[in-house]
Design a protein around this ligand. Structure first.
Ligand code: PLP
Length: 425
């Protein structure tokens, strides 16, 4: 990999050559790109909302047709029977997060899943009630932690410990997470982190955080919104207790689409694990007997309350059909180079006053770079917009770009660079 990296060049011809030798180049054809005038926009916003897989429309029409044709019988007679619709995601999701089929389920939305899993795995006592989380987490996660602490009668200011980057730094040091865990060893209930921080793009060492947390006698949960479909994950082997995610970012399933959850096998097998129940979490064999007495399925499906939200899930199937064709290793390799190429080009832009706050070590990041501007950030963002680049602006002065290996090209990255190079602000 290193050889290629030393050879990165600042020419469009080079970017074109890279695209020609890209094993994943054909995946791009399977997505629809927004237009800028007559041309495809340069879409670098897959960390916010992934592009629409072309197949989504056909698959949605399939279910609309089966609904028209069968009515209620579609639950069993549809080509993809709706009573089992959530199971059509299991294998692909398990592969993406490194889990057994029993440990994952597609359901609800991210924040809802976070709350449901916390009801199972944040069971504080007077002695053990503290939550360690990253400072600057996504607001939904902050509000979830705050209200979970309150639900159990704790003062969030006392119960929640936030780990922040040190003064003058942008990313969180693993050693600072470790120190906080050690310091709160006897009162710690839960360590809840993102996989990849949405703002800086920092990827955390999930395996190490789990080890340190378990050594302190607490549980470890992760919000994988920015990690799933971005980094190769091994949740089962890393002994992660629980995790949840949304699928409209790198998993391209459309706005507000179904989220997902992971629960480690050991908690599924544990008879004392509590979960709020609904009929779809009940043992499938006796579900339709409609009897009293909840008997959980022996899988993460037991956290499902309701029957599958079919129309909110279809596009995810279209996207996973594309993920199924590639290996996480192929994706990781391209992600490494595409992001490193973007970093290489951005570093040439000395006339613009920004620093890249995403870690430069590829092991500590995915396919996102966050550019913190000292000045003129908004003007640069406008120039990108006006020239057909869709990126993301975060107050007060950050531009986030996500070179997504599944559908972005080296020429996309070069085009972004050229616009910024010609930008006189
Ligand atoms: C995108 C994102 C969310 C959004 O939550 P929803 O419940 O899907 O609206 C929450 N947390 C993180 C870390 C995110 O990146």
């Amino acid at each position: 990999m290193q050889e290629k990296e030393n050879a990165y060049k600042m020419t469009q011809r080079y970017a074109k050559e890279m695209d020609h030798s890209d094993a994943l180049a054909s995946c791009r054809q399977q997505f629809l790109f927004p237009k800028h005038g007559k041309k495809d926009a340069i879409y670098l916003c897959g960390n916010s909302l992934g592009l629409q897989p072309k197949e989504a429309k056909t698959l949605i029409e399939q279910e609309l047709n089966d609904w028209a044709k069968y009515g209620v019988e579609g639950h069993f007679e549809a080509k993809n029977p709706w009573f089992a619709y959530h199971t059509f995601f299991t294998e692909s999701l398990a592969k993406l997060v490194g889990a057994t089929n029993k440990e994952v389920v597609a359901m609800n939305t991210l924040t809802v899943n976070l709350h449901l899993l916390m009801l199972s795995f944040y069971r504080p006592s007077k002695q053990r009630y503290k939550i360690i989380m990253e400072a600057g987490a996504f607001p939904s996660d902050m509000y979830a932690m705050e209200t979970q602490a309150k639900l159990h009668g704790f003062d969030p200011a006392d119960a929640i410990i936030e780990i922040a980057p040190r003064a003058g730094e942008h990313c969180i040091r693993l050693s600072d997470i470790e120190d906080a865990i050690q310091k709160n060893k006897s009162s710690l209930a839960l360590v809840m982190f993102g996989g990849v921080n949405y703002y800086t793009g920092q990827y955390f060492d999930i395996e190490k955080i789990v080890q340190m947390t378990h050594d302190a006698g607490a549980l470890a949960g992760f919000d994988l919104a920015h990690a799933i479909g971005n980094k190769a994950l091994h949740l089962h082997d890393w002994k992660v207790d629980f995790a949840c995610w949304c699928s409209y970012k790198y998993l391209n399933s459309g706005p507000g689409a179904v989220g997902g959850a992971f629960v480690h096998e050991k908690h599924i097998k544990n008879k004392n694990t509590f979960r709020l129940a609904g009929w779809w979490g009940h043992d499938a064999k006796t579900r339709f007997k409609m009897k009293k007495g909840f008997k959980p399925m022996q899988s993460a499906e037991s956290w499902q309350m309701s029957n599958a939200q079919v129309f909110n899930m279809i596009a995810l199937r279209a996207s996973l059909n594309i993920f199924d064709q590639v290996s996480m290793q192929e994706l990781a390799d391209k992600s490494y180079h595409l992001t490193a190429y973007a970093e290489f080009l951005l570093k040439q832009l000395t006339h613009l006053k920004f620093e890249i706050i995403t870690p430069s070590n590829p092991a500590e990041r995915g396919c996102q770079l966050s550019l913190l501007f000292k000045s003129k950030g908004k003007e640069v963002f406008k120039a990108l917009q006006e020239n057909g680049v869709i990126a993301d602006w975060r107050e007060p002065n950050v531009i986030r770009i996500a070179p997504v290996p599944l559908y972005n090209s080296y020429q996309d990255i070069y085009a972004m660079y050229k616009i910024m190079k010609d930008c006189n602000v």
